[in-house]
Design a binder for this molecule. Structure first.
Ligand code: BGC
Length: 800
């Protein structure tokens, strides 16, 4: 990567093996749909995978695996609208892999949301051509996208033919591990043309019946003058194309513009996708016109969301922006009201089938302070699935809402029951669905959103109901151990997915996972606090509707004061009950034998062993407590439950668990980096840097190509936004307590806090807080340990 521009990711070589990763990193999206950064002229195959994904565009299919029928819900790979190529008279269609690449440069302009691929190539017969391909997926009008090809014959003149297609013959084959599973989700419905210039394709997902229409208009230009062309229409089942001839002259550039419109039956305020796609396309301006409004929409987003590092490491700046870029491409203002959640892997690939996990826990903090209206919409995804969560709890014999570990279209549990271990080639049973802590993440997100916004209407109408139902679930799951005189939680799995059951047991599930138990207490306590936030009328309404009575409130009180938390003899919180009895693993031995041991679970299982037998973890588990709650909050929670908790022991716990972690999840380093930030800034920054590179350098060796890791991306941005700045809301006041790592000289950012716009400038020695505009003329800002008042338009400087 060249470092000449802090808004650009640039590669100046074409390496087929790197294409899958670059396709993921160069994905363009607008919060409504996304398309991988694949070469227009290449179909899926070899190193190319031109996937297009609709936010929330799922489909279910059954497959036979190891003799049993499993049903999976997949994020559908929709028709490939990129398809564009050219050929000489009697020649074959251009593909980058079939020519000699003389010069190559590929750039992602983060500021404008534009990719540019410049290739100079030579064909077998010595013809040299320069191709500059530009592309955007419209952030302004989410139903548009555009491609522009500028073709310059370097040493030849002659006739060429252009082919511009919409290809619905695609399948889901983006993840090698899933290839044995059903991959055909699309049913072709119709192909056609609206007029001489435009073609369309209509398909539907075969189970969900979600329909999509793509329409394309392809034109050619010499300079700004349109070249009249005779278009030949070609169609076959699921595929439609326009072909036309162009006369090329040596050293003269011709431009081909392909503008598409894309609608689906999930859209709001439409009659019928075909009609909408036609109307939209007939209104659409040229590539340049659309690009301008698209770039303007991005500029607005960057005005709100950028973190502008001053004199910091250039790579850190670019990658941070890349992360913000991908968050906003996955969920943006265009997502508001779409009834979609935050997918763990973005809409960038097919890994985890586009499912929604707890990873939104790492994404919300950023959105709460930048685009709270979007955060609200994403929380509504969970609210609309409350009936499904209630049904799941009831079916499992519990009360309240049991949210699924993996969620897709309708809130049903979408976790796989078997999972392919690429290390052994075997399908292993998968009990990770027992991660009931996903409900804790939802509750935490509701609370955090409310704290950042004071959106009492949301809380009253939706947030409190979810909080009560999640609290009720934990209350129904907790059982009282008379001997211990404490409540316990059994049969669950904590965040560390390496441990799903006891080594000597044949039943999945663990007892008293410390993170789950403590956070269940947090949920119950927060639910009790929420009761006090409601008006008497709303409280009466909700309590009647949900049949919450005094007895139930008393039980919440009781559990939240008498929960069991396991400790080891050395005073360290035990990941779960019985953890201390597990064996130590010789990490060195495994490192020597296998090199990369991030996925120790797969290695051990392939050896006929199991991670359940060892003190090894995939990711931070106990330490999630220190990630989510401040030491003050934790002390107060532990006091409530009646345990001594000494914050001085935190470094020992961090040390204990980091030694036993393989960081098999990209979320792991993030948490470690956060917890180190107050005790060992150098180490924290070191881990932060590793975390920052998770996707950019694909440190898991191949997983990024299947979809970015949005939790890790957003989490690193949040490290700057909240962690190193000490930004937190406490006692109704926004506090700052910055401790910048030495390597970060300074940065600016803007936050939205309870209806106010606040601009912040940090350096190693100074902080400036500027109250730009707001809902009230005054705000209170806490700095280190003192509260200050700022009027609208005031800028206050603090020295460190
Ligand atoms: C992690 C989970 C995470 C999931 C989706 C897994 O590898 O262990 O914590 O939710 O990936 O990103």
């Amino acid at each position: 990567m060249k470092k000449n521009d802090l808004w650009k990711v640039i590669y100046d070589d074409y390496v087929p093996d790197h294409e899958p990763l670059r396709e993921a990193l160069f994905t363009l999206g607008n919060g409504y749909f996304a398309t991988r950064g694949a070469a227009e002229e290449c179909d899926a195959g070899g190193c190319h995978y031109p996937g297009t994904y609709l936010a929330g565009g799922y489909n279910r299919a059954r497959s036979e695996v190891s003799g049993r029928i499993v049903e999976n819900e997949d994020l559908v790979n929709w028709p490939n609208w990129l398809s564009l190529s050219f050929r000489h008279e009697n020649g074959s269609w251009f593909r980058i892999d079939d020519v000699q690449v003389l010069d190559f440069r590929q750039e992602l302009d983060l500021y404008r949301g534009l990719t540019t691929r410049t290739i100079e190539f030579e064909e077998e017969d010595g013809k040299k051509t320069l191709l500059v391909a530009r592309r955007f997926v419209d952030m302004n009008n989410p139903h548009f996208a555009g491609i522009e090809w500028s073709l310059t014959p370097v040493n030849w003149s002659g006739k060429i033919q252009i082919r511009s297609a919409l290809d619905g013959t695609v399948i889901n084959s983006g993840v090698p591990r899933y290839r044995e599973l059903s991959s055909e989700h699309l049913q072709p419905l119709e192909t056609g043309r609206f007029d001489d210039e435009s073609i369309y394709l209509r398909v539907q997902a075969n189970q969900s019946k979600t329909r999509m229409v793509q329409a394309a208009r392809t034109k050619a230009y010499r300079g700004d003058a349109e070249i009249p062309v005779e278009r030949e229409y070609f169609s076959k089942v699921g595929y439609v194309a326009h072909l036309f001839d162009l006369e090329c002259r040596e050293k003269e550039t011709l431009r081909i513009e392909k503008i598409i419109s894309l609608f689906s039956s999930r859209d709001r305020a439409i009659t019928e996708p075909v009609l909408e796609a036609r109307n939209a396309l007939s209104d659409a301006g040229t590539f340049e016109v659309l690009l301008e409004s698209h770039a303007h929409a991005w500029a607005e987003l960057w005005h709100r969301c950028d973190i502008d590092l001053k004199d910091g490491d250039e790579n850190t700046q670019i990658i941070l922006r890349l992360h913000i870029f991908h968050i906003l491409q996955t969920a943006s203002v265009n997502t508001i009201g779409l009834d979609v959640g935050i997918p763990a892997r973005g809409w960038h690939g097919e890994a985890y089938r586009g499912h929604i996990f707890w990873d939104e826990l790492f994404v919300f903090p950023f959105l709460n302070f930048q685009l709270p209206e979007l955060a609200r919409s994403l929380l509504m995804y969970r609210y609309h699935r409350l009936p499904a969560a209630r049904r799941a709890a009831r079916k499992a014999g519990y009360k309240g809402a049991m949210y699924p570990w993996q969620s897709g279209s309708n809130g049903r549990e979408e976790s796989q029951v078997v999972h392919l271990n690429p290390q052994s080639g075997k399908w292993d049973p998968d009990s990770t669905y027992l991660q009931r802590h996903v409900g804790i993440a939802i509750a935490y997100n509701i609370y955090q959103y409310y704290e950042a916004t004071r959106d009492i209407e949301f809380l009253t109408a939706y947030g409190a109901e979810m909080m009560f139902e999640i609290a009720r679930f934990w209350s129904s799951l907790a059982t009282f151990n008379k001997r211990r005189k404490r409540y316990e939680i059994h049969g669950i799995v904590g965040p560390d997915e390496f441990h799903t059951q006891y080594p000597d047991s044949d039943k999945p599930g663990l007892s008293n996972n410390a993170y789950t138990n403590v956070m269940a207490v947090w949920v119950l306590r927060t639910a009790l606090d929420f009761v006090d936030l409601l008006s008497d009328t709303r409280k009466r309404e909700l309590f009647t509707e949900l049949k919450i009575d005094d007895k139930e409130i008393e039980r919440w009180q009781d559990i939240s004061r008498n929960m069991f938390v396991p400790f080891m003899d050395n005073g360290i919180i035990s990941q779960f009950e019985g953890y201390e009895k597990l064996k130590e693993l010789d990490f060195e031995k495994y490192r020597k034998k296998y090199g990369d041991i991030q996925r120790l679970d797969r290695i051990l299982k392939a050896e006929g062993d199991s991670p359940n037998r060892y003190k090894v973890s995939k990711q931070a588990d106990v330490l999630m407590l220190f990630y989510l709650l401040s030491s003050d909050e934790l002390e107060s929670l532990f006091r409530r439950i009646g345990y001594q908790f000494n914050r001085e022991t935190i470094p020992d716990m961090v040390d204990y668990y980091i030694k036993r972690s393989s960081h098999g999840s990209t979320l792991s380093r993030l948490v470690y980096s956060w917890v180190f930030s107050r005790t060992d800034r150098e180490e924290s920054y070191h881990i932060f840097q590793e975390s920052l590179k998770s996707d950019f350098e694909d440190i898991q060796g191949g997983t990024t190509a299947e979809g970015i890791h949005l939790g890790a991306m957003a989490g690193t941005v949040d490290m700057i936004q909240r962690c190193y700045t000490g930004l937190e809301i406490r006692g109704g006041i926004l506090w700052l307590n910055p401790r910048l790592p030495r390597e970060i000289k300074g940065f600016n950012m803007r936050i939205r806090y309870r209806g106010h716009w606040i601009w912040l400038h940090f350096t190693q020695h100074r902080v400036e807080v500027s109250f730009e505009s707001g809902r009230s003329p005054q705000i209170q800002i806490g700095f280190v340990d003192k509260v200050y008042e700022l009027g609208e338009g005031d800028c206050k400087e603090f020295l460190l």
